[in-house]
Design a protein around this ligand. Structure first.
Ligand code: 9MR
Length: 351
């Protein structure tokens, strides 16, 4: 990959010489000097740099153009969730996820499947009644296997189970946990593996970037699952960070201890929110955090890539969920790059 960039830059230099000699025209030379994208920079390290996106935003031309050019990985923010994909029991609708997969294919991007088993954004038919364990097992298996089969060969990874633990490291009391016990996690992974032998299978959660009770719970569970031969390939750390809570300084060590279990890791939903209004000092700190988390991933061999939870403040989930907070992403609401964007470039080795 390094050769590609060097070639690109030589190309630029050559173009300059040609322009100076009156052989080539200015605009063509400038086209050759296009700076590498985040994706190209990340690829030099064998990583991807990605963004979440969501179907309603895809009518926004300038947004869509940048999404297609700057990143080599996308995650559907909502389109592959249970409420969207199985709105009635046994009736599957993959239109939204397919739209994003098709867009990714057109832009040569890989797709992270998000998410199969989660307590949130479930369809009403599932939350609106009681289930016996055998009934819910059958429902869960069918959902997982139908969706994984549909996207076989089209997504490189799945967030199989999302947000399974509480902050103190106890299991979250979801309908799946309460009805099926903790074994629903291993079962979900096995069912997903049966449906796609090649896709990378992840557990994914927030507030597990630092070493602490919640990430310890994942570490213990991952170790146990690996020892029992359960097909687990990776741990996704969402990394919804907030300036007022401090940077997770043990991130790199934490990534490394999961690598040592033979697992991939990824930063899957990155944003760094702040109390509004944003100012230069906060944006500078935010930039430093983006730099640090990118460097942490590069420093750990099995950290496979970074995904922003959308790339622009225009489509961030933060203001709606945390009133008074926002400005969390590397591009502002007008799609202008912020200091964080340049910090990421530097972290990725842009010269
Ligand atoms: O970005 C998603 C937003 O559009 C939804 O309204 C929200 C509903 O909870 O989910 C957001 O994405 C979440 C992701 O699926 C799992 N981790 C937390 C993300 C932010 O809530």
């Amino acid at each position: 990959m390094r050769t590609t960039t060097i070639r690109l830059r030589l190309c630029g230099a050559l173009a300059t010489v040609l322009v100076a000699a009156g052989i080539a025209s200015g605009p063509a030379a400038q086209a050759d000097e296009r700076p590498p994208t985040l994706a190209e920079l990340a690829q030099e390290h064998g990583r991807y740099y990605g963004s979440a996106t969501d179907n309603p935003e895809l009518t926004d031309g300038p947004y869509k153009a940048l999404l297609g050019s700057e990143f080599d990985q996308i995650t559907p923010g909502n389109g592959m969730k249970w409420y969207a994909t199985e709105p009635q029991q046994g009736v599957f609708d993959f239109a939204k996820g397919d739209e994003i997969v098709n867009l990714a294919r057109a832009n040569h991007q890989k797709v992270r499947g998000h998410t199969l088993v989660w307590h949130s954004q479930l369809p009403g038919w599932l939350t609106g009644r009681e289930w016996t364990a055998p009934e819910l097992r059958a429902v869960l298996k069918k959902h997982i296997q139908t969706e994984v089969r549909h996207y076989r060969g089209k997504v490189f990874a799945w967030d199989v189970v999302n947000e399974a633990f509480n902050e103190d490291g106890t299991y979250r009391e979801t309908v799946f946990y309460k009805t099926l016990g903790p074994g629903y996690i291993a079962d979900s992974l096995r069912w997903a593996r049966q449906a796609d032998p090649r896709v990378r299978l992840y557990l994914n959660d927030y507030n597990i970037e630092a070493v602490g009770p919640k990430s310890d719970a994942y570490h213990r569970l991952a170790k146990k699952l690996k020892a029992r031969g359960v097909p687990l390939d990776g741990i996704g750390m969402q990394a919804h960070l907030a300036l007022q809570y401090g940077y997770p300084t043990s991130l790199e060590d934490n990534l490394r201890r999961f690598s040592r279990l033979g697992l991939d890791t990824a930063l899957t939903e990155v944003d760094v929110r702040m109390l509004l209004p944003a100012d230069d000092a906060k944006l500078a700190t935010q930039a430093q955090w983006y730099r640090d988390l990118t460097e942490a991933c590069l420093a750990v061999r099995r950290c496979v890539g970074v995904t922003l939870w959308d790339y622009t403040d225009k489509y961030s989930w933060i203001p709606a969920f945390f009133p008074g907070e926002g400005a969390a992403l590397p591009w502002d609401e007008e799609l202008r790059p912020k200091p964080a964007y340049f910090a990421i470039r530097e972290a990725l080795g842009d010269e």
